[in-house]
Design a protein around this ligand. Structure first.
Ligand code: GLU
Length: 465
């Protein structure tokens, strides 16, 4: 089997979005699953719209998702000479010609064609003029005017295009810079790309590209065009649907594993499985299982996956990931072991790292504030006896583990003839400020004796007021 080489060629005109990230992932996965190579190429020939900042944003996102590449990043603007060399081959073989039509004349002829109900394509005025290169001239590809071009798409099946529908497209602009359809073909040829997997917004470019391969006598890669990604309202995913850039999900506290898992299911399936580790994906991925219809991205699904991956991680591994979110909240610094203990208690419920960082508050701040409603309802004067007793008993404990804490509460409840359930909520308010938290003994063990007793004392003072 010939070695697989795939590529991801983003245009650096903005951040890496969900759609682009899925394209990158599918190409990466296909290469990895076939023991092939994955090439990263920055398509920056649109000089006006390309920015350094976007390049950096895209590379950051690729790194965050851990989609490692074997070659590149190549930059098209560093390869302009290569495109010119291939352009010359096309001129020499009669497949390209120089055109001196002025943009304003082209525009006029285009309007006239439209007005007369004709296709507004280039009328071929310079096709047979035999012009040579010169100022203000563009190089056009001589598209066959009859016949058809067949795209054998791995995902969509065969699609046939009438050549007469296609323009004599510009391959070098008057400033000498190659256009997208030309540069992409030359790159794919010279980089040995075997599979071009991209969004189906590029389907209409493909026959033009195939004709350039043919004119150069180059072997065609296999093409696979993936259906669009839609939002929940079944319209193409856009800003309207909320965050679309990959790094915004990072800021929301989504783990890269969860986003990748979510992305892979946008179009690809393996039975009814939902959760895939990286290794499983590499083992199971195939282009045959990419569907033909648009897939739907939902936040709900992403959060469900994220909760799963948060739960699965070792608390020690989450501390580093959570730290920036804690710092952002100006919480005081704490040792890793303390954080890991706190995280362990919050893992079962958190959907995002943001949610977890918010929930960490009572662990992090020295002075917690009682939620007024909760304090009024639970820190009542009749609990003062229970609290005094608990403070006494807990102060005497030398081991503050869950197993030693439980009997203290049971005995206190029995001796003072109150139901254990009646004690739990006031203690929870005392320790966390609110009425929702992980298990009491778990959080007490994490907080430690000194902090627990100080918080119970503060609550006792409140009751006695
Ligand atoms: N630079 C193109 C884009 O961002 C990629 C084209 C391709 O995959 O051939 O859409």
């Amino acid at each position: 089997m010939e070695p697989v080489i795939t590529r991801f060629p983003p245009s650096p005109t903005g951040a890496l979005h969900i759609g682009g990230a899925r394209t990158a992932l599918f190409n990466w996965l296909f290469a990895r699953s076939r023991g092939g190579k994955f090439v990263l190429r920055i398509e920056d020939t649109d000089i006006e719209r390309s920015t350094e900042e976007s390049v950096k944003a895209i590379l950051d996102a690729m790194e965050w998702l851990d989609l490692n590449w074997d070659e590149g990043p190549y930059y098209q603007t560093h390869r302009l000479e290569v495109y010119r060399e291939y352009a010359k081959k096309l001129v020499d073989s009669g497949h390209a010609y120089w055109c001196e039509c002025r943009p304003e004349d082209l525009e006029e002829r285009r309007k006239a064609a439209l007005a007369e109900g004709r296709k507004p394509k280039y009328d071929g005025a310079c096709r047979d003029k035999g012009l040579s290169e010169g100022p203000n001239r563009v190089l056009r590809f001589r598209t066959p005017q009859a016949g058809t071009t067949l795209l054998q798409d791995i995902i969509k099946g065969p699609i046939e295009f009438e050549n007469e529908e296609l323009d004599d497209l510009v391959i070098l602009k008057s400033d000498g810079i190659a256009t997208y359809n030309f540069a992409v073909v030359i790159d794919d040829i010279t980089m040995g790309i075997t599979h071009v997997i991209r969004g189906d917004d590029h389907v209409n470019n493909t026959p033009r590209q195939i004709l350039i391969y043919r004119a150069l006598g180059a072997k065609l890669p296999r093409f696979g065009h993936m259906p669009m990604i839609h939002g929940e309202d079944r319209s193409p995913l856009s800003k309207r649907h909320g965050a679309t850039s990959v790094m915004e999900y990072k800021k929301m506290g989504v783990l890269p594993e969860a986003l990748l898992n979510c992305l892979v299911r946008l179009g690809w399936s393996h039975g009814d499985e939902e959760i895939f580790s990286r290794d499983e994906l590499i083992e199971k991925f195939s282009l045959e299982n990419v569907g033909k219809s648009p897939s739907i991205f939902t936040m709900e699904k992403l959060l469900w996956l994220n909760a799963h991956y948060i739960k699965e991680k070792r608390p020690e591994d989450l501390t580093g990931l959570l730290r920036p979110f804690l710092t952002e909240r100006n919480y005081p610094g704490k040792p890793d072991a303390f954080l890991a203990g706190a995280i362990r208690t919050l893992q079962p419920r958190a959907h995002t790292l943001v949610e977890m960082a918010d929930a960490m508050r009572f662990y992090m701040v020295e002075q917690i504030e009682f939620e007024p409603e909760a304090a009024k309802k639970f820190l009542t004067a009749d609990m003062a006896g229970v609290f005094s007793r608990l403070i006494g008993e807990l102060s005497a404990l030398s081991d503050f583990g869950e197993a030693s804490l439980e009997p203290v509460f049971r005995n206190t409840a029995e001796d003072l003839k109150v139901k254990l359930g009646k004690i739990a909520q006031p203690v929870r308010v005392a320790l966390t400020g609110g009425t929702k938290s992980p298990g009491l003994f778990e959080i007490m063990e994490v907080l430690g004796k000194q902090s627990v007793i100080a918080r119970l004392q503060k609550a006792l003072r409140y009751m006695e007021q």
